[in-house]
Design a protein around this ligand. Sequence first.
Ligand SMILES: C[S@@+](CC[C@H](N)C(=O)[O-])C[C@H]1O[C@@H](n2cnc3c(N)ncnc32)[C@H](O)[C@@H]1O
Length: 278
Amino acid sequence: MTQPAAVSPASGEKRRIGACFAAAAASYDHAAALQREIGLALLDELSGHVTMPPNGRCLDLGCGTGFILDQLAARGVAADHLFGADLAMPMLEQGRRRRPGARWLCADAERLPFNDRSFELIISNLPVQWLDGLERFLAEAARTLRPGGWLAFTTLGTRTLAEFERLCRDAAQPSRVNRFITKDKLKACLEHAPLRLEAQRRSRHVRRYPGAWALMRELKQLGAHHLAYPTHPHLHARAAGLGGRSRLVALERLAGLRYPEGVPASYDTHFIILRKPD
Ligand SMILES: C[S@@+](CC[C@H](N)C(=O)[O-])C[C@H]1O[C@@H](n2cnc3c(N)ncnc32)[C@H](O)[C@@H]1O
């Protein structure tokens, strides 16, 4: 077996993303209803292609606290076939407490510490939008899957949190929500991937919040506040010094006027299933 590809150390941006998720590990499960809903939909989609339990080792990549591993165990995958990998150690510690029989590793999805052909199935629910790019993730999945193995992942599209981004713009509140993959870029990556595309769909999941702050609070509880500029603790402090507090109040007022029935947060989700050729 060849060794995992050696690549450069994690970027500063990646360290910051890991730190946000690490800080959110204790609150993540409480806030992650939508992530669970999307994860279950991915597993449903996958069950149309793969017989459960798959006949080999399964990796949950960007596993967080291990919701997907719980689901795989419930579908009959043996504990010693379950692997969880995540950038944030405190997320893994939560997972290990819940399921000590599985193996939990701190790893970057773009440079996996596994040998070639290690897994029958890799599932990755919603970490992909945090990566530097999709190409390296697909190459690493292809390398570590056995021939005939499956990769199932979800990632967010460009319409994600579009309402919130518009609100921020109209309230002159800095935001950098929109860092999601375009459909053309996704198509190009999938066409050039060393894996065969078996299924792909896109769907919109919407949740409503009493106000913009409530939405930002939940993003923080999830560790996703690196997305939402106003809630990042350092940036927030800096923004507050520049009159940021009054801008946040303006944002909340605008949210109440525009969405009296609650601020919508759309999650534009791509579901992708690929297979490594035999
Ligand atoms: C939105 S959470 C999803 C967690 C889990 N898959 C679920 O369904 O609840 C995203 C997870 O991806 C992890 N993550 C982000 N970038 C990563 C990377 N480069 N490599 C591995 N994990 C990463 C985060 O630490 C976080 O736990």
